[in-house]
Design a protein around this ligand. Structure first.
Ligand SMILES: [Zn+2]
Length: 404
C-alpha cells in the first residue's frame, strides 16, 4: 500500500517535471521563432555550363543591412564567402554572378550554398542550405541505370550504354584480384568527342589522355567517339578509370597522397587494350637515356604531352615489373602503407623491403636490351653446338681424302 502511494507521488513528480521541460522548450521555440517565421526567403541558383553561376535571394524583410552568401563544392578547400550590402528600407532582392572561368567547378559536382542576413538591429538570420547539381547540360544524355554503374551517353546508338556496362563488368574481377573492394555506385559519362570532354574539364583534369575520374564525386568521364572503335577505346578507358575508383575506395582520405607512379601505373597496367605508343616511348627513352627519375613521378607528372606519355609508360612498366617480381599482394601492401600515411619512399620500403633507388635500379636493369648474340646463344645453344660438332666431324673426314 505504502509502496503504491510512493509510486503515485513519483509519477506526479515526473509528470510535473515533464510539463516544465515542455514549457521551457516551448518558450525557447517562441523566442527563436520570430527570426525565421517573419522572414520569407527564396534562395535559388542557376548556371550556364562552363560560363557562369548565379545565386539569387529574395526576402521580405526591410531591416537587412548585409546579406552574406556562402558557397562550396567538394573540390574546394573551403567555402567561399561574399558580403553584399542591401539598400536601406528595401526588401532583399539580390543576385550574385560567379565567373566560371575564374572559379572552376568540376563537371557534375554538387554546389552547396546558403545565406546569412545581418539586420540593422544586429540579429543574424540564417537562410537554409540548398544544393545545385552542376551537370553538363550541353548534351541530351541517354541513360542506362545499373549497378554499380549508370551510363550516360549521347547519339543514336541504343547499345552503347549496355556495351559500357559489359566492359565495366568484365574488367572488375581482374581489378579486384589486386584491389579487393566492391565499387560504390558511380556515373559514367561517354562524351561524343575529345574536344567536348576537354571543354567540360577545361583542362583541369589530371588525366589529359581523354578520360577523367573524380572518385570523390562518383563520376567518370570518358569518350566514345567512333562507333567502330568504341569497344576498343572503352576497354582502355573504363578499366583505367575504374582502377582510380577502387584505389580511392581503398585509400580514403590519403588518396591524394598516393604516389602518381603507383596510381597511374596501376590504372594503365590494368587497361585491357594497352596504348601501343607507350612501348615506343619507353624504348626510345631507354635508348636515349632520357628516362624520368622515379622520385619525380611521386607527386606530379610532366605537363608536356611527350614527357607525359613517357611518365605513363614508365609507371605502367614499373608496376608490371613489381607484379612479376613481388606479386599482386605486394602492390596491395604498398597501397596499405600509403593509406597509413607513408611517404613515397617509405611505402616502397614497407611493401617491397627495398629502397626507392634500389627498386628503380633493378627495374632499369630489367629494361636494358640484352646482347643479341647472347640471346641467340641462350635460345639456340644446343643446336649451335650440334651444328658446330657436325661441321668439325665433316672436316676431319675430309682431311685424309685430300692427303690421298
Ligand atoms: Zn589515370
Amino acid at each position: 500500500m505504502m509502496g503504491k502511494v510512493g509510486k503515485t507521488k513519483n509519477a506526479k513528480r515526473n509528470r510535473r517535471s515533464f510539463r516544465f521541460a515542455f514549457f521551457v522548450l516551448w518558450m525557447m521555440a517562441l523566442l527563436t521563432q520570430p527570426l525565421f517565421a517573419q522572414t520569407t526567403a527564396v534562395s535559388s541558383a542557376s548556371y550556364t555550363f562552363g560560363q557562369n553561376l548565379q545565386f539569387s535571394l529574395k526576402a521580405n524583410r526591410t531591416d537587412v543591412e548585409t546579406a552574406v552568401l556562402f558557397f562550396t563544392a567538394p573540390e574546394f578547400p573551403n567555402a567561399l564567402q561574399v558580403d553584399l550590402p542591401v539598400m536601406a528600407g528595401q526588401p532583399v532582392n539580390l543576385t550574385y554572378p560567379v565567373d566560371l572561368s575564374q572559379i572552376r567547378l568540376a563537371p557534375f559536382t554538387t554546389v552547396t550554398y546558403w545565406w546569412e542576413l545581418l539586420t540593422t538591429a544586429g540579429d543574424l538570420v540564417a537562410v537554409p542550405q540548398q544544393t545545385l547539381t552542376y551537370a553538363d547540360d550541353r548534351f541530351e544524355w541517354r541513360e542506362r541505370p545499373g549497378q554499380p554503374v549508370t551510363v550516360f551517353w549521347t547519339g543514336d546508338d541504343p547499345g552503347l550504354g549496355q556495351l559500357a556496362q559489359d566492359i565495366a563488368a568484365e574488367s572488375l574481377p581482374r581489378l579486384q584480384t589486386i584491389l579487393p573492394v566492391t565499387p560504390q555506385p558511380f556515373a559514367l559519362y561517354l562524351y561524343p568527342s575529345s574536344a567536348d570532354l576537354r571543354s567540360a574539364l577545361r583542362l583541369t583534369g589530371r588525366d589529359w589522355v581523354g578520360a577523367h575520374a573524380d572518385p570523390a564525386l562518383g563520376v567518370m568521364l570518358v569518350t566514345a567517339v567512333n562507333p567502330r572503335t568504341a569497344a576498343a577505346d572503352l576497354r582502355q578507358s573504363i578499366p583505367h578509370e575504374l582502377t582510380h575508383f577502387l584505389l580511392y575506395q581503398t585509400m580514403g582520405t590519403q588518396y591524394e597522397a598516393l604516389p602518381l607512379w603507383l596510381n597511374e601505373g596501376l590504372a594503365t597496367l590494368l587497361e585491357t587494350n594497352l596504348n601501343p605508343g607507350y612501348d615506343l616511348a619507353l624504348e626510345t627513352a631507354v635508348a636515349d637515356q632520357t628516362l624520368i627519375p622515379l622520385a619525380q613521378l611521386c607527386l606530379s607528372f610532366p605537363a608536356v604531352d611527350e614527357r607525359a606519355i613517357l611518365a605513363y609508360a614508365q609507371s605502367a612498366s614499373l608496376l608490371r615489373y613489381i607484379q612479376a617480381q613481388y606479386g599482386n599482394r605486394a602492390i596491395g601492401d604498398m597501397a596499405a602503407a600509403y593509406a597509413d600515411g607513408a611517404g613515397c619512399a617509405a611505402g616502397v620500403a614497407r611493401g617491397l623491403s627495398q629502397t626507392l633507388p634500389e627498386l628503380e635500379a633493378a627495374w632499369r636493369q630489367s629494361l636494358q636490351p640484352q646482347n643479341p648474340l647472347r640471346i641467340m646463344w641462350q635460345e639456340n645453344g644446343v643446336w649451335l653446338l650440334l651444328l658446330l660438332g657436325g661441321f668439325g666431324l665433316s672436316l676431319l673426314l675430309m682431311l685424309p681424302i685430300r692427303k690421298g
